[in-house]
Ligand binder design. Structure first.
Ligand SMILES: Nc1ncnc2c1ncn2[C@@H]1O[C@H](COP(=O)(O)OP(=O)(O)OP(=O)(O)O)[C@@H](O)[C@H]1O
Ligand SMILES: [Mg+2]
Length: 329
């Protein structure tokens, strides 16, 4: 992976949607003739924090009216590491990332970015501070080419005054180069993004966040809708983002996916912490067991254990009958 040089930059992430951002860094890489998109009112981006966590949640709680979505949840995101958040449906995973990505604000506890306590007022502020979130629906325009989606909301232009126009050749070439750099070999960046597989689209979104200078990448269930092979490909790029020095938050239901790449694991259960481990503290088996509810899984196994079939109704007797076929006299 060769992206480290870019990511040590203090550029914030820019963009129009929460899928990821764009802007400053595009300008930085653009030839002199390229005018960069106007930068939004800048908040301080997440600075390089070699020691402490890039993002740290401590004892965070969140209530929706009287519904407790989160209580006492803590999570650390370190540069060059993948922090996995695991939990069943309704456990509070999305609520947790909405707090990190500025969509919702926490009610209790603290959110620190590069050591400074803060509350993110909006997804824009999170992006400006280097926190890019890739949502499951990815917020792409399916009929637009890959390169158009890559620069969506941060399109570089060239020329001045009435001659100002989109710098399409720069966008095409950059998209191609950046995808190649992440090891993504697309046949054609001109194809509509809607024609890519779900896994490829996830990979483009990850490459985009890396290119635009995200320091923290939050991925909400990037492998949820994917088959085994595509999941593997996406996890490869998640690891590539980590190797580029980003701090990654990976939300998943799947302990196998988490354990393949994760450095830290936080387990949520009905809004509370059911466990928090570094990789050397837990095995895949134990993680899977905790994820499945430990003793609840044992109870379920007992319940599902096959009771002996009543005589004459067992699968064995049925198939024996079928195999034998009707007996003709
Ligand atoms: N906007 C909201 N208003 C009210 N309750 C909400 C809201 N968002 C989430 N909740 C509730 O908070 C709890 C946690 O939801 P959340 O979406 O964070 O779970 P999750 O772990 O992401 O689940 P899933 O795996 O199904 O996506 C749930 O009980 C949910 O019903
Ligand atoms: Mg969710």
């Amino acid at each position: 992976m060769t992206g480290n040089d870019d990511l040590t930059s203090d550029d914030g992430v820019r963009g129009t949607d929460a899928a990821s951002g764009g802007g400053d860094q595009a300008g930085a890489k653009a030839p002199a003739s390229v005018t960069k998109a106007p930068a939004p009112a800048a908040a301080a981006p997440v600075p390089a924090a070699p020691d402490g966590p890039l993002v740290e949640l401590t004892d965070v709680s969140k209530f929706y009216g009287t519904i407790r979505a989160l209580e006492g949840v803590s999570l650390q995101v370190h540069a060059g590491q993948i922090s996995c958040v695991l939990g069943d449906n309704g456990a509070g995973k999305s609520t947790l990332i909405k707090i990190i990505s500025g969509l919702h604000q926490h009610d209790g506890g603290s959110l620190r970015i590069a050591g400074a306590e803060t509350t993110l007022a909006s997804p824009r502020e999170a992006l400006d501070r280097g926190i890019a979130t890739v949502y499951q629906d990815l917020a792409v325009v399916p009929l637009m080419p890959v390169w158009r989606n890559f620069f969506l909301g941060s399109e570089p232009t060239k020329g001045k005054g009435p001659f100002r126009r989109l710098d399409t050749s720069f966008m095409r070439a950059t998209t191609h180069a950046q995808l190649r750099r992440m090891g993504i070999d697309l046949r054609d960046v001109d194809q509509p993004i809607g024609t890519l597989s779900g896994g490829e689209r996830q990979c483009v979104a990850i490459a985009r966040a890396v290119y635009f200078g995200a320091r923290v990448l939050v991925l909400d269930e990037p492998t949820a809708a994917l088959g085994v092979k595509q999941s593997g490909v996406v996890l490869k790029y998640v690891a590539a983002a980590r190797d580029a020095g980003l701090g990654v938050v990976l939300i998943t239901h799947n302990p196998h996916h988490a354990y393949l790449v994760g450095d830290r694991f936080v387990l949520l259960k009905r809004g509370t912490m059911a466990g928090s481990h570094t990789r050397d503290e837990i095995t895949l088996d134990e993680l899977t067991r905790q994820m499945a509810g430990g003793s609840e899984l044992d109870d379920l196994r007992h319940e599902l254990e096959r009771a002996p079939a009543p005589a004459g109704l067992g699968a064995g007797s049925r198939s024996a009958g079928r195999d034998a076929g009707p007996k003709k006299a």
